[in-house]
Design a protein around this ligand. Sequence first.
Ligand SMILES: O=c1ccn([C@@H]2O[C@H](COP(=O)(O)OP(=O)(O)O[C@H]3O[C@H](CO)[C@@H](O)[C@H](O)[C@H]3O)[C@@H](O)[C@H]2O)c(=O)[nH]1
Ligand SMILES: [Mn+2]
Length: 676
Amino acid sequence: MAAAVTRRVNALRVEAPAADVESGRGALQEAAKRAVDAKDDVWVAADEGDTESTGGASRPLLFRTMKVKGSILHPYRFLILMRLIAVVAFFAWRVKHRNHDGMWLWATSMVADTWFGFSWILNQLPKLNPIKRVPDLAALADQYGSSGEANLPGIDIFVTTVDPVDEPILYTVNTILSILATDYPVDKYACYLSDDGGTLVHYEAMVEVASFAALWVPFCRKHCVEPRSPENYFGMKTQPYAGSMAGEFMRDHRRVLREYDEFKVRIDSLSSTIRQRSDAYNSSSNKEDGVRATWMADGTQWPGTWIEQAENHRRGQHAGIVQVILNHPSCKPQLGSPASTENPFDFSNIDTRLPMLVYIAREKRPGYNHQKKAGAMNVMLRVSALLSNAPFVVNFDCDHYINNSQALRAPMCFMLDPRDGQNTAFVQFPQRFDDVDPTDRYANHNRVFFDGTMLSLNGLQGPSYLGTGTMFRRAALYGMEPPRYRADNIKLVGKADEFGTSTSLVNSMPDAAIQERSITPVLVDEGLGNDLAALMTCAYEDGSSWGRDVGWVYNIATEDVVTGFRMHRQGWRSMYCSMEPAAFRGTAPINLTERLYQVLRWSGGSLEMFFSHSNAPLPAAGSTLSSAWRTSTCRRTRSSRCSSWHTTSSRSCGSSPSSSTSRGRSARTSCTSSPS
Ligand SMILES: O=c1ccn([C@@H]2O[C@H](COP(=O)(O)OP(=O)(O)O[C@H]3O[C@H](CO)[C@@H](O)[C@H](O)[C@H]3O)[C@@H](O)[C@H]2O)c(=O)[nH]1
Ligand SMILES: [Mn+2]
């Protein structure tokens, strides 16, 4: 097992001095042990044994389940019971003591109190049994470690962005760099950027990213850099060294930092470079029509939005674009070259391959409802099906980067676990944020929600999907039922209409469920180009089930939560996965206006959900939900993400009698340790 653990860490570093391997192995075993025995004052292991027997063969368990210690949980439950009795007694007293002078006042306050009481009960029920699940990365490495981890399943990573100014492009490039450099077999994943603005700036930034990644990624692998988003790495006050080549580190570090600064200057100047280039082309080309195009570096017109608005190239009016910036790598490691006069970096023992990187801007036409992020995600789901078709899909907003390079392995522990792995539709990570002021005055960290409510739901059918930092099973996104409820493997006969007119897409679906499939390099020839273009058109989804029973759900502000509900309704389960250091980190609104707008959008979406057919507790919502999950979800349809918001702006989005008492606690602790 120890060998496998070390192999995992050194997977990308082909050779390392024996002494370093030994010390690295020790540290890793220690870390793995800590993760597995993550006992503290609050949590105790709930499962026994290391293996699960299925069909005569025994397979190792890939995660550990922890529950709250009885000595904490029982008094907590008793307290809830006491409070329940007090609340009921209070109601009885109110009913008996009517205020006859002001009946309407009495009635109004009764209605309000009933609502709050109901909401409090819904809030408490799931919290009676919080569950934490700890991924066992060492066990995963043991099982999938041999033969160069070739057996780990493929992952398609989707990043969405819209505007290079509102969503600063520096964040987006760092997100992409953190993905390209992450520690997952490089021929087993692909990264897609969806640019809803269709601007040349984003495309050229990705070309710059691909060229800087040729340096950044081997550097990260050589020196085990964490985190692998350069802005955050270089921004750290101290950078503890975890690699085994300390002698070369300082020199490499200095050089990479210099290259990164130059890279940033190039990214910053992209808008003006593109403008200058386009002006030069526009004035030199003998144009009769007077159209002022936006020109790519290779002298062709950019098919997306133009700097100056022109027919068919306006914002919200352009053809679909797919550009494979880095093609899928071969499955054999390619070692870099030793240091030389032109190249000061010694990458001779380092695998320098980069994963696939694809730029997508879907077609935009006036008069269509493009369905914001959900629409963009659905286009990426279809386009990636023809390019890499990985069985798993990870979703990030452009301002969330991979903070822990093991982050893509952790959800695999849940997806591949012999117990209920195949019925798990998605694994949700908590959202962690940088740059929040130390007092967290706008409750951006949302601790009660991420470290209380989500752990509680984890004890039932699983947490809700929260929009970013989530790994999905592609089959679940296609609206398939979980294996435990579907008789044969994947039924496509007679379902083609649901997925639109593309036969290539429908034909790719059975493959999407095969975890062992390897991804191969693509050649975008005319045939494939036409197929891709068709999948990106605005009209593709007309008359199909996209946005309802297939893909991300439309017409609701909180498309993410509803998309998760649909899967739970079908009987899928989900898992909550938090790890240290945090798997992903992002940016949160740091001023009040933006934060209020965000909370308003979520609360609006939640109310909309409460009154829609997506409300899980309603009978229409299907029969595969556990009743406790229904109840808890019912509460969340009213206040999906606002629980910690109670603590600062009391009752702004659905509150409970306990909100005033939870205030002190949420401010003080991270709450993982105590059900609030
Ligand atoms: O037309 C659009 C609009 C938005 N986005 C992307 O969608 C993401 C989320 O949008 P944002 O406006 O940043 O919303 P937030 O409130 O920050 O996001 C939270 O809330 C959303 C609604 O519930 C979820 O979709 C997000 O994943 C979740 O992080 C960003 O990456 C955007 O680039 C698009 O791709 N196309
Ligand atoms: Mn955002």
